[in-house]
Design a protein around this ligand. Structure first.
Ligand code: ZN
Length: 61
């Protein structure tokens, strides 16, 4: 059984720039609109994990 429903692809906002993104299996950057947004998001994530320990803890909520 193959899913051959001709429904239109779902449109979701890019988590990075809020641009509408077609949710297609052939979009390698899902859920982002482009490689650029994907890399930007990954950069943010990496920056969060690379915080210097023993820094300003009292500034953190
Ligand atoms: Zn984007």
């Amino acid at each position: 059984m193959t899913d051959s429903s001709p429904s239109t692809p779902r449109i979701l906002p890019c988590p990075q720039c809020q641009k509408p993104v077609q949710w297609r299996t052939d979009n390698p950057w899902r859920p982002f609109c482009s490689e650029r947004c994907k890399l930007i998001d990954f950069g943010d994530w990496a920056a969060e994990n690379h915080r210097i320990p023993g820094g300003y803890d009292d500034e953190d909520m």
